[in-house]
Design a protein around this ligand. Structure first.
Ligand SMILES: NC(=O)c1ccc[n+]([C@@H]2O[C@H](COP(=O)([O-])OP(=O)(O)OC[C@H]3O[C@@H](n4cnc5c(N)ncnc54)[C@H](O)[C@@H]3O)[C@@H](O)[C@H]2O)c1
Ligand SMILES: N[C@@H](CCC=O)C(=O)O
Length: 543
């Protein structure tokens, strides 16, 4: 039991290591990659205290080298979903009773383990399993995950500190209860940090969790679980299962103790899940919390007062880092006619210097897309563009899946601002550019606002302050994360709380107090110190 008002360590963003030639971290990472490539691991599910293996062993391979076997994971079935729910419910009582500082300590320790002894292992797993280069893995699986863990502990303490006023003779208190039931964390392939945050944020607030990652992220998810266990997370608090999404959903969304969904993934899947939850609403003990961060059609708009080279660099980085597979990736750009020739010169120059290949070769900026399904979908958008009179392929446009799922960084130029690739999320290295007449800047802002159902990220490039003010106001609902003279990707925990609105999600800002508040149900306690003993009001006269 708590015997003091404890202050938690003040969080700071984890410094990004450079992995520059000759650095010790580069040598350590290279040897972790080598070790992981040859280990051939057999990855179990984790339910309660058990490591579960099954007859169904599915292969894991690097997307950039799909013939190489990293190992297998053990796929589960409906029975494992039931077991994971039972384990989460069984662990609930012990976990909710544990004092918050001990919960905090476990996740602070997890952060330290990732910052130190597990850094290379989790980065190597992310690089190989999700085809991220060393820098992209470092900012994700090391730094962002560490930041989520440390900052969330500090936000939790702030939430607990927030207490109501008390009038004389009364003591009012607010107690932040975990939700009554279990949480379902459903995580995407593209960020190891998100995979770690979605189960750990509700767990930190005292909940127990069933966690199902994307199959294409299991290789690094296994390292996250290893870290949580090593940090002392009690059995059953987070249960990690590898089950087909709909199989898990069919059981979880029917369960009376289902208390919340923490989802990141595509808009289409989220809407389907919300609908199912809505249809089952009468079956639950309480209204489940639904938190979902989903797709984007993120924009860059340049005003004629912007610097062309800054715009070009934002396009190259924003569209092509991690092969455009960030929900925040720039995938449509609006460039004023007077600036286009110069911007074009710079981006063509940039793209020709982008090396593509495996993550093991540190000269590659660009690696493979996640899997064959994604490869085929992106290739189809490119093929359609090749057939269309409305689009010109400015650069890229070729692809090859013989060794890995490689798609060249591709820039499309369209004369139709409503062309498909200006509106739909592609989730790959394809950006479409529309050149507008520079006197039509205002109309272009309206176009940007109305072109897609999403509102995740967007970037404005301008130097004219009045224009910056006007455009920031005009685009108020077009993006949950709005950047001025910066690319629309790379939000940092504690600095740019992340999430979008409209079709892009519930905007509960991952890695913020707003998000953590969704995983508690406050109870107000009023204690009267000396209760009244007479029901009559003081103004009443005796009869
Ligand atoms: N807004 C954000 O913060 C953010 C961050 C990262 C990714 N994303 C989005 O995620 C998407 C890419 O990730 P993805 O391809 O892994 O997403 P996805 O929607 O295909 O999958 C997300 C998770 O849902 C599961 N799933 C899929 N169908 C399901 C079903 N019918 N029932 C239950 N579970 C199901 C998947 O197995 C996975 O674990 C993109 O749309 C991207 O924009 C958004
Ligand atoms: N938070 C990340 C995006 C996460 C989605 O994929 C960024 O800001 O680039």
């Amino acid at each position: 039991m708590l015997k003091g008002f404890f202050n938690v360590p003040s969080p700071e963003n984890e410094p990004v290591k450079s992995y520059a030639p000759g650095s010790p971290e580069r040598a350590a990472l290279k040897s972790a990659i080598e070790e992981a490539r040859s280990a051939k691991i057999d990855i179990p599910m984790y339910i309660g205290g058990e490591e579960i293996t099954t007859e169904k062993k599915l292969p894991l391979s690097p997307p950039h080298d799909h013939q190489h076997l990293l190992g297998h994971f053990n796929e589960g079935d409906a029975g494992h979903v039931e077991q994971a729910i039972d384990a989460a419910l069984a662990a609930r009582e012990g976990w909710t009773k544990m004092s918050w500082e001990h919960r905090a300590s476990i996740f602070l320790k997890a952060a330290e383990l990732i910052a130190g002894p597990y850094r290379c292992k989790i980065n190597a797993a992310t690089m190989l399993g999700q085809s991220k280069n060393a820098y992209q893995a470092e900012i994700d699986s090391a730094c962002e995950l560490i930041d989520f863990l440390r900052f969330n502990v500090s936000y939790m303490a702030e939430i607990y500190k927030e207490q109501p006023q008390s009038s004389p003779g009364v003591w009012n208190r607010i107690e932040q209860r975990p939700l009554e039931g279990f949480i379902f964390a459903l995580t995407p392939f593209n960020f190891t940090a998100i995979a770690g945050n979605l189960p750990s944020a509700p767990a930190l607030m005292g909940n127990t969790v069933v966690w199902k990652p994307a199959y294409t992220q299991i290789y690094a998810a296994n390292v996250i679980m290893e870290v949580f266990k090593k940090a002392g997370l009690p059995d059953g608090v987070i249960n990690l299962i590898y089950v087909d999404g709909p199989v898990a959903g069919d059981i979880i969304f029917e369960h009376p103790d289902f208390a919340g969904l923490h989802f990141t993934g595509s808009t289409q899947v989220f809407q389907q899940l919300w609908k199912t939850i809505g249809e089952n609403i009468h079956k639950y003990k309480a209204y489940p919390r639904i938190v979902g961060e989903t797709g984007g059609k993120d924009f860059i708009v340049a005003h004629e007062s912007a610097y062309p080279q800054e715009v070009a660099t934002a396009i190259t980085r924003g569209a092509f880092e991690y092969q455009g597979q960030k929900c925040s990736a720039a995938s449509r750009a609006y460039i004023p006619s007077g600036m286009w020739d110069e911007v074009k010169k710079y981006i063509l120059n940039d793209v020709k210097d982008i090396n593509m290949g495996g993550v093991e070769d540190f000269s590659n900026f660009f690696n493979a897309v996640i899997d064959e399904k994604s490869f085929n979908k992106i290739a189809q958008y490119i093929d359609d563009a090749k057939e269309s009179d409305l689009v010109e392929i400015l650069v890229g446009g070729s692809y090859d899946k013989s060794e890995g799922y490689f798609i060249q960084p591709t820039i499309l130029l369209t004369k139709d601002p409503q062309y498909t690739t200006m509106c739909e999320e592609i989730f790959g290295p394809v950006i479409t550019i529309y050149v507008y007449q520079e006197e039509h800047f205002l109309e272009t802002l309206e176009l940007i606002d109305q072109t897609s159902p999403y509102a995740l990220t967007g970037a404005l490039f301008a130097t004219d302050r009045q224009v910056i003010e006007m455009a920031t106001n005009k685009l108020v609902n077009a993006a949950g994360n709005f950047y001025i003279n910066d690319k629309p990707t790379g939000a940092v925990v504690g600095q740019q709380p992340f999430g979008g609105a409209r079709g892009s999600g519930t905007n509960d800002k991952a890695g913020s107090m707003i998000n953590l508040l969704r995983w508690v149900s406050p109870r107000t306690i009023k204690e009267t110190l000396v209760p009244p003993t007479d029901f009559r009001y003081p103004f009443m006269e005796e009869k």
